[in-house]
Design a protein around this ligand. Structure first.
Ligand code: EPU
Length: 442
């Protein structure tokens, strides 16, 4: 049972070492890829987070044998007996994760039909699935949207398609990959997303026998094949969790060694971390992040698709920016509604104003709407403890950072959500010397 309320006594720098494992935004998708194979797959570096559990359950419902491998963080996925699951059993997982939408292609290939429960995930924008459905229809899928979920069929099988994404959506690019690899003929997707997790998924699929190429202009070309085998793969480390702990070190004036963190996936973040005044040291084993003392510097930044500054790094960084001298500007261009979390930071003493205008060098899709997607952060401000309700996964982590940086006591409610993306969250906090107490009721 996840702890849902934490009492945080702030004002102590986080100091110590924690380890990150496979990326939340790759592992469940590699598990879905296993469904496409004729043979078992082995995935290692799997974190114990709820998205993995949910996808594991869904796969089991569809006849995939999911078991622990040679080490506790290895999964063996045997798809040799894939079968249709009962809709009511699938519906139990409604609202729990966004990953089930990626089962469409693999289930259509294996069974000719699929039922996908309504999706969950953080409420950081509307998060429609129109790009996914448009792409699936282009492959030849018939989609029936009902209140309880999506019913899909492929009466004539799935055929390669030329798909242009209106925006480089991560999930839709993965949808096209997982569908195109076994569709008849060639699939071409232009304006594709090329996040490291997507490249890792391409590596997984290539190991299974897929033929996928990536052009310099972010066009992905897939030549469909009749059969795919299994894979043996170690998931890339979680670059979002790494950046979250790095920001926690900076905001609390501490020093955190993130074991297994990988520089190549974090280059954009590391540049920003250095510009703000944080220091880091890359070693074979991971990356050490610390606050070197003295002032932190303000900066202007925009979130973007890879290789830009990730939207998921934005919320933890904003907390660190409350401690920087001067005015920082943060323009969120990926999600229209990912600045709501700043309201609570203001209650802690931060000076943050949000605007609907694009306060970056490039106008984004949200500039003409009423979306409060730009923030101006003035600092440094001393933060003081308060009561906080976690709004979403990354926003929640940011509240934890703020509570740890603040003087006095904070009560953070809704922390059960951390299980979705941060393995052993509480243990890691304790390892870093945080004064955090789980409580039943406060
Ligand atoms: N979009 C559409 N229509 C679609 C799909 C996306 O309009 O059919 C829009 C979204 O509303 C959003 C933008 O396109 O404004 C980008 O969405 P994308 O599809 O790239 O995001 P996603 O696949 O749903 C994944 C991660 C997110 C991460 C984003 C961006 C997973 C499970 N989720 O979401 O991670 O923020 O890519 O990198 O991989 C998190 O880990 O906390 C998290 C939210």
């Amino acid at each position: 049972m996840a702890v849902d309320t934490l009492v945080v006594s702030g004002g102590t720098p986080l100091i110590g070492e924690i380890a990150v494992r496979g990326a939340k935004n790759l592992v469940p998708k590699a598990m879905v890829a296993a469904v496409l194979g004729d043979e078992p797959s082995v995935l290692s570096n799997v974190p114990r987070i709820s998205d993995v559990e949910i996808v594991g359950n869904l796969l089991e419902l569809h006849g995939v044998a999911v078991s622990t491998g040679a080490t506790p963080d290895t999964l063996v996925l045997d798809p040799s007996s894939v079968e249709q699951a009962a809709s009511p059993d699938i519906e139990v997982h409604a609202g729990s994760s966004r990953v089930p939408i990626l089962l469409c292609g693999p289930l259509l290939h294996r069974l000719g039909r699929a039922f996908i429960p309504n999706l969950g995930g953080c409420r950081i924008g509307d998060r429609p699935i129109n790009f996914h459905l448009d792409a699936l229809r282009q492959f030849g899928a018939v989609v029936d949207k009902r209140p309880e979920g999506l019913y899909l069929s492929a009466p004539k099988g799935l055929t390669g398609a030329r798909i242009h994404l209106p925006y480089p959506s991560v999930g839709t690019t993965e949808q096209v990959l997982l569908t195109g690899v076994r569709a008849r003929g060639v699939t071409e997707v232009t304006n594709a997303a090329v996040e490291p997790e997507i490249i890792d998924l391409i590596c997984v699929l290539q190991k299974m026998g897929a033929i996928i190429s990536l052009d310099t202009d972010r066009t992905i070309r897939i030549t469909g094949v009749d059969h795919l085998g299994g894979f043996i793969h170690e998931a890339l480390p979680d670059r979002i969790e790494t950046a979250s702990w790095a920001c926690a070190a900076l905001a609390t004036g501490g020093e955190v060694f993130v074991r297994n963190a990988r520089q190549v996936d974090l280059m954009t973040f590391l540049n920003v971390f250095r510009r703000v005044g944080g220091e880091f040291q890359v070693t074979q084993e991971g990356i050490r992040f610390w606050h070197p003392g003295g002032k932190l510097q303000s900066l202007a930044i925009e979130t973007d698709v890879h290789p830009g500054f990730m939207t998921d790094w934005q919320q933890p960084l904003v907390v660190a920016l409350t401690q920087a001298t001067g005015v920082s500007i943060v323009h969120e261009t990926v999600y229209e509604n990912r600045m709501g979390f700043t309201e609570a930071l203001v209650r802690l003493g931060a000076q943050i104003q949000v605007y609907s205008e694009c306060l970056g060098s490039t106008p984004c899709r949200f500039g003409r709407g009423r979306y409060l997607h730009s923030a101006v952060v003035a600092g440094p401000t001393s933060l003081r403890g308060a009561e906080l309700q976690v709004p979403d996964l990354r926003g929640g982590f940011s509240y934890m950072i703020a509570a740890l940086a603040a003087q006095g006591r904070s009560i953070v409610r809704g922390t059960g959500i951390f299980q979705r993306g941060y393995e052993n969250f509480l243990t890691k906090l304790e390892q870093l010397g945080a004064q955090v107490e789980p409580v039943e009721k406060v």
